[in-house]
Design a protein around this ligand. Structure first.
Ligand code: ZN
Ligand code: ZN
Length: 428
């Protein structure tokens, strides 16, 4: 396998470079990279892709995905989820443990890795549970889970309610230099179904205040400071959480954080009309929060953009608002929604490559995120200007619970390459 990608904008966070150039792939690896002025080597007989107007980034990395298998294959399988990831430009994803059975033991971790290898669309890195059965009491076997391929620990879907359990989890994790990912939520305040505010009052729905997230983020950054452990905050949605993380980073706490495209794109207004495709946890917040999230991405407080891809079938979503399940799919919309931040001048294309590839891969410690000679050719080729309608029939995910269904989006992955092989190619 040998091919040349030429006339593209190469965005390499590894070298902090943004150049017009070409990239040669050989034997599954990046063989050579150069600028357009330098000219490429003789490539007679080699497949050439002229990528005028496109960007080449290292393959995207999504550190927060729910693949639903084992246990809820009617919503998504490892195969359909990773196929959707490839279509969205992702070459690596980390999957959360709230499956059935839950990923709290080596057998489930092994199962996920072997299914993902069989499917072949993306590298899958399992996140194992912090506590057995995600019940918030007894810690799982961190050493054993790391040995079989878990890359981090999280009880995502539910918070670790007891602060002393979280403290012990962080202490235990630090002995392995392992990462704890927190679903930051104070459970006693999480009894509503949307953001607490004007819209919840108008709709007559019980709300969840920002304090629900802020308290938990503050608690966990304090515990990370106490233990010296590595903490990552999932799906940041509030202005307060951004500020707490910003201050913790200034104090030298080992904390990183992610947000998801819906938190910098939508507000609580999207719930109007009791739209269950705008129901998620944490809930969509206010315009003030949305702006604070963008500011957090800009100044580096928020390190990564992750999707929190959460497929659900009509059974869970076509219900009364309060009874409907939380979450939306995100793998196939994350890139166009994030490119919008570039178009609006909040991030440069290179900064976007940091948020969607380099930073998450470094937080997880999985390598990659760079366009470097000799590295595996994990690449995402993006046409930032192509427009398309996000339609049910075009999706690779098994579920279609997305607030962007039927809408026009701009910018997408036109090719995804994992280890030198095309895992996605958009024709036309
Ligand atoms: Zn969560
Ligand atoms: Zn999640």
């Amino acid at each position: 396998m040998r091919f040349l990608l030429k006339n593209a904008r190469l965005l390499d966070p590894g070298n902090k470079t943004d150049i017009e150039g070409w990239l040669l792939v050989e034997d599954m690896n990046i063989a050579l990279v150069g600028t357009s002025q330098e000219g490429h080597p003789d490539v007679s007989g080699v497949e050439v892709h002229d990528l005028q107007g496109c960007w080449i980034m290292p393959g995207l990395v999504d550190m927060h995905v729910h693949l639903r298998e084992p246990g809820q294959e009617y919503k998504e399988t490892i195969e359909t989820g990773t196929r959707a990831a490839a279509a969205g430009g992702f070459t690596s994803i980390a999957c959360m443990p709230n499956t059935n059975p839950c990923n709290d033991n080596a057998a489930v971790t092994n199962f996920i890795i072997s299914k993902a290898t069989e499917a072949g669309y993306a590298r899958v890195y399992p996140v194992a549970a912090i506590t057995k059965g995600q019940k918030g009491r007894e810690l799982t076997e961190f050493g054993e889970l790391l040995a079989v391929g878990a890359v981090a620990f999280s009880d995502d879907g539910v918070p670790v309610a007891d602060a002393s359990v979280m403290r012990h989890a962080l202490e235990y994790a630090s002995s392995f230099n392992a990462l704890i990912i927190t679903h930051a939520e104070e459970p006693s305040l999480a009894t509503g179904s949307m953001n607490e505010g004007v819209v919840s009052t108008l709709l007559g729905l019980k709300g969840i205040p920002n304090a629900c997230e802020d308290i938990a983020v503050f608690r966990d950054t304090c515990l990370a400071e106490l233990t010296g452990a590595r903490l990552h905050i999932a799906h940041v949605s509030t202005k307060g959480a951004v500020e707490i993380i910003r201050l913790a980073k200034r104090r030298g706490v080992h904390v990183t954080a992610e947000t998801a495209p819906h938190y910098f794109t939508l507000t609580e207004e999207a719930v109007t009309g009791y739209n269950t495709f705008a129901k998620m946890n944490p809930p969509l917040r206010t315009e003030e929060d949305r702006i604070a999230i963008i500011e957090g991405l800009k100044d580096g407080t928020l390190d990564a953009i992750a999707t929190d891809h959460a497929p659900h079938s009509v059974l869970e979503k076509e219900k009364e608002f309060e009874a409907a399940a939380n979450g939306i799919i995100g793998l196939e919309t994350a890139l166009p929604l994030s490119i919008e931040l570039v178009r609006q001048g909040y991030l440069t294309p290179l900064e976007l490559a940091f948020k969607m590839s380099y930073n998450p891969s470094h937080i997880l410690g999985i390598g990659g995120g760079m366009l470097k000679k000799g590295m595996p050719a994990d690449l995402c080729i993006i046409d930032p200007n192509v427009t398309f309608t996000f339609k049910k029939g075009d999706l690779f995910s098994k579920s279609y619970n997305s607030p962007w269904l039927g809408q026009k989006l701009k910018g997408r992955a036109v090719m995804t390459i994992k280890k030198g092989c095309f895992t996605h190619k958009k024709s036309g």
